[in-house]
Design a protein around this ligand. Structure first.
Ligand code: PM9
Length: 444
């Protein structure tokens, strides 16, 4: 779809930002010029997907679109059983509830906001086992999503394998800057966990981008297609959660996929409590059709080259202006290091939240905080202090042109020029869960 976008004046943006409590999530979309808040549900669907929307079988039970989606998931990812959900976090809730017991440990390659919250609500404790390089925005490690196997081994030694229901492995690790995990690392993890009877559950949101990076960077995969690599990743795991709103370019949808019948039976029963019947799980028939087609399109090599290439174009522009960004350039957006951008602010003054607000003020570009606000609080109430304090410039797929990228980089450069004058913020309202969505701030 093509939509009209509105330009605003600095005075209008100042007013809108104040009304939004200096939180870009609380801005009205009509006050935004270029929307880089997220690549979730904001992508442009293809002609095939739109045609699929016309083929929605909206029967309450047994919709033919469900069976199409199931077939695509079995063919592309190789998982046996499908539990559809309204989006990724619906799948995370069900997975966490059926697999995690109170007191369990859930290791993962860096936290993700909704994923960790569901693990905690189920009584588990998330432990970060990603390699140290992932927490350093300047490290050029090609696979910053890799897991430190030594950290996993010590957890197994300390708690015993029975306390670890599964390792949660993310592809294109979001909070690390859209960084991939290598197949070498995943295969080594598989060997280690198999020895101890521990499962691997994939968060395969953005798996296609991860597969593209493997094709470009990992020895032995140069000649394999994105689709073949995607399958090889899934083959190392026992199941997966997915938000369909990213790779598959749909506005809504997600799923849990499993290989084990017993877990599937439990999940299929839970889905009717929280999402909808097990053959629609919160999606309309037309949504499932668009998702099935979008999943197939997401693993095309040319599509991935264009998608990741556009992100790289923006990243390179920003680097030319001297803007400090996470290295190497990630898969779904550019992550600006707010600690290096605003070195005069302490982390308690919310540098990334502040920078996202300033970026909006300059030209109406909406970005997202990915630092101390997103990290939230531990179950005991203490703040998490993440090493990375980032502002994410996320690129929706097939939406903006290269000219938009130039506008974005120029705007960020203007803010860099006046960074010494930028003051930090204080939080004046903090909701209990996932505070970054609804928190409010005031300028210090
Ligand atoms: N990611 C994003 O903008 C949506 C809003 S922020 C919570 O990056 C991963 C890696 C995600 C993700 C959502 C979900 C949850 C799980 N894993 O938003 O519930 O990036 O479909 O998926 C967002 P849903």
């Amino acid at each position: 779809m093509v939509e009209l976008i509105k330009m605003t004046t600095p005075a209008q943006r100042r007013r809108a930002l104040k009304e939004a409590g200096f939180n870009t999530f609380l801005l009205k979309s009509e006050d935004v010029y270029i929307d880089l808040l997220t690549d979730s549900g904001t992508n442009a669907m293809s002609d095939q997907q739109w045609s699929g929307m016309m083929l929605g079988d909206e029967a309450y039970a047994g919709s033919k679109n469900f069976y199409h989606l199931e077939k695509v998931i079995q063919e592309v990812y190789g998982y046996k059983y499908l539990v559809p959900t309204h989006q990724g976090r619906g799948a995370e809730n069900i997975l966490s509830q059926i697999m995690i017991k109170k007191g369990d440990i859930v290791p993962g390659n860096m936290y993700f906001t909704t994923t960790r919250l569901h693990q905690e609500l189920a009584g588990g404790t998330f432990v970060d086992v990603i390699i140290d390089d992932a927490h350093d925005s300047t490290s050029e490690h090609p696979f910053k999503g890799d897991i430190d196997l030594g950290k996993v081994e010590s957890l197994i030694k300390k708690h015993g394998p029975k306390k670890i229901p599964y390792i949660c492995v993310a592809t294109t690790v979001n909070m690390a800057g859209g960084q991939p995990i290598s197949l070498k690392n995943l295969k080594e993890l598989r060997k280690l966990t198999k020895k101890h009877g521990i499962k691997i559950m994939l968060d395969m949101t953005r798996i296609a981008e991860n597969a593209y990076f493997i094709q470009q960077r990992e020895k032995g995969y140069e000649k394999k297609s994105v689709r073949e690599i995607v399958r090889e990743i899934c083959d190392q795991t026992d199941g997966a959660t997915m938000s369909g709103k990213k790779d598959a370019c749909v506005n809504i949808g997600g799923f849990l996929a499993l290989n084990d019948w017993d877990s599937f039976e439990e999940a299929r029963n839970m889905v009717v409590v929280y999402e909808g019947l097990h053959t629609y799980g919160g999606m309309a028939g037309r949504d499932m059709e668009a998702l099935a087609i979008g999943l197939l399109e997401s693993v095309h090599d040319d599509h991935m080259r264009a998608r990741v290439g556009q992100v790289a174009y923006l990243g390179n522009q920003m680097m030319e202006y001297g803007i400090p960004i996470v290295q190497p350039i990630g898969g779904h957006g550019i992550f600006v290091d707010a600690k290096r951008f605003l070195p005069h602010l302490t982390q308690d003054q919310f540098p990334a939240q502040t920078l996202a607000a300033e970026i909006y003020l300059d030209a109406g570009i909406r970005t997202m905080e990915r630092g101390i606000v997103s990290a939230g609080r531990k179950p005991n109430g203490e703040n998490y202090y993440p090493k990375l304090e980032l502002v994410r410039f996320t690129l929706p797929r097939r939406v903006y042109t290269q000219a938009h990228m130039d506008v974005i980089a120029e705007s960020a450069a203007r803010v860099l020029d006046r960074r010494d004058k930028i003051k930090g913020m204080k939080m004046v309202y903090e909701p209990k869960y996932l505070r970054f969505f609804q928190a409010r701030f005031e300028v210090l």
